[in-house]
Ligand binder design. Structure first.
Ligand code: NAD
Length: 505
């Protein structure tokens, strides 16, 4: 139980002062949770508490969903012209841009990612996603379909209704933008639950949503534990659709819970994405992108290219150059140093999990060619959840470090001989999120891209992402697509209207 103030004055380690809301944002107001339950947010670089915020229980979730349901039928939202929905969203994008340094500060502090990365990548992605979808608001149409000379039909694209959205901690604001952007321009109302590891920035986003002028109850934002608030949201009878990003294990639970009332679902889950380097590749580019593809964001990327396959005759060269790139590029430090490439892992639990996988890899008989354990305390001599970027070779396809998602700065590099073998081994996984192929042979590049079982393929690159391009997984990496025009499909449904023009049929 707690009786926290609803607004706290905080000073971040970079000197930035701001007011941090702590409440649940329901029906346009910040409120305390009914039980007084809170979540403490930790700075992973120092392991010190930043602040606590209120955590929703089932009763709070019920209030948030009811607010979203009432807003769905409120004329101020239901009858708002689509162009005006787009204008609201454009205004929100402008407000985020105006406050981008503050929002990047909060995410760096709360998540551990370098501030310069939060500012130049996460915030840019959030802003461009909202801008992209603001343009779609008045461009989603139905069709007219001729049937017989006396009849025709037309279709209307309508919102699905109240959408429950659940996001992870690795990109707190851009994940919120991916979910809110398409849902709102399609006319839905939303209850979004942030991850308990990164509860802070989304509450500041709530203040901007209010400032932009969205009608009350259209966007409700809650923090809360997955098994409690998340589960209550997924099972709520007034929720029409669930959109989830997180682990495959949780995705499976969500699918089961949503089955109770046959809810529409979109799932973006885990991955173990392959990256294939052929012997004709530009080695410098392949090393640069494959390093970025697994070691950026502390390795906490669902599409991380964590299994690297290298054609046998260039394998030794690649391993040598990759390892030296890890040593020279992966500068480890706190979030505030401009030269930091890799910050701490997000939480103690993730830190322990990644170290456990490293120990497992060693005990399975793989060879550590770089890293292999915790990284010493940060420059201030304080404890922090730092891990040395770790490279394994001598890995077999049956090892757990090859098969399971580690979600940290850990990569396995394996040799292959032929294109067929590379494709077969790349596809030898239950996941299918991203994949990369490095070659100068155009025909081979497109042939391999078509053969790999994944939702996205990068040719001579890794991790490219654009709001206009669909994103999602196959196999156990997800159901449905986000971003792009495809992202609108997830948040709208088609109604067919049959029209009889004559009575003499
Ligand atoms: P997680 O599944 O534990 O948590 C994700 C979200 O789900 C959190 O908000 C959490 O509170 C909520 N949640 C947890 N249990 C729940 C339940 N029983 N009912 C309802 N909600 C519940 O995932 P995580 O470990 O925090 O995040 C890392 C995982 O997310 C990785 O596996 C990664 O691959 C995946 N991820 C996928 C994508 C993608 O787009 N495919 C993007 C980012 C992260």
């Amino acid at each position: 139980m707690s009786n926290l103030d609803l607004f706290l004055n905080l000073t971040a380690p970079n000197g930035r002062q701001y007011t941090q809301p702590t409440g649940l944002f329901i029906n346009d107001e910040f409120v305390k949770s009914k039980s007084g339950q809170t979540i403490a947010s930790i700075d992973p670089a120092t392991t010190r508490e930043i602040a606590s915020v209120y955590a929703a229980g089932a009763e709070d979730v019920d209030n948030a969903v009811k607010a979203a349901k009432a807003a769905l039928n409120d004329p101020s939202w239901k009858l708002l012209p689509a162009t005006d929905r787009g204008i609201l969203m454009g205004r929100l994008a402008d407000l985020i841009e105006k406050n981008k340094e503050l929002l990047a500060t909060i995410d760096a502090w709360d998540n551990g990612k370098p501030y310069h990365v939060a500012l130049s990548e996460d915030l840019v992605e959030a802003i461009t996603t909202f801008r992209y979808y603001s343009g779609w608001a008045d461009k989603t149409f139905g069709q007219t379909i001729s049937t017989t000379p006396k009849k025709f039909a037309y279709t209307i694209r309508q919102p699905i209704g109240v959408v429950g959205q659940i996001i992870p901690w690795n990109y707190p604001l851009s994940m919120a933008a991916w979910k809110l952007g398409p849902a709102l321009v399609c006319g839905n109302t939303v209850v979004i639950k942030a991850a308990e590891q990164t509860p802070l920035s989304i509450l500041v986003l709530a203040t901007l949503i209010k400032e932009a002028g969205f009608p009350k109850g259209v966007v409700n934002i809650i923090n809360g534990y997955g098994c409690e608030a998340g589960a209550a949201l997924v099972q709520h009878p007034l929720v029409d659709k669930v959109a989830f990003t997180g682990s495959t294990a949780t995705g499976r639970e969500i699918m089961k819970m949503a089955a109770g009332s046959l809810k529409n679902i979109t799932l973006e889950t885990g991955g173990k994405s392959p990256l294939i380097v052929f012997n004709d590749t530009d080695m410098e580019q392949a090393v640069k992108w494959s390093h970025f593809g697994i070691m950026s964001n502390q390795g906490q990327i669902c599409t991380a290219t964590s299994r690297i396959f290298v054609q046998k005759d260039v394998y030794e060269t690649f391993v040598e150059q990759f390892t030296s790139a890890v040593k020279s590029t992966s500068k480890i430090g706190d979030q505030w140093d401009e030269s930091t490439f890799q910050g701490p892992q997000v939480t103690r639990a993730q830190y322990d999990r990644v170290l456990e996988y490293i120990r497992l890899g060693i005990s399975e008989g793989a060879t550590v060619v770089s890293g292999g354990g915790p990284h010493p305390p940060n420059s201030n001599g304080e404890a922090g959840y730092y891990i040395s970027p770790t490279v394994f070779t001598n890995v077999t396809d049956s090892m757990r470090i090859y098969r399971e998602e580690i979600f940290g700065p850990v990569v396995v590099i394996m040799p292959f001989e032929t294109e067929e073998e590379a494709i077969k081994r790349a596809n030898n996984t239950t996941f299918g999120l991203g994949a990369a192929v490095f070659t100068k042979d155009l025909e081979r590049a497109h042939r391999v891209a078509a053969e790999i079982e994944s939702g996205m393929v990068w040719i001579n690159s890794s991790q490219d992402c654009d709001p206009g391009v669909p994103f999602g997984g196959v196999k156990q990496s997800g159901i449905g697509r986000e971003l792009g025009e495809a992202g609108l499909e997830a948040y709208s449904q088609v109604k067919a209207v049959h029209v009889n023009l004559g009575s003499k049929l």
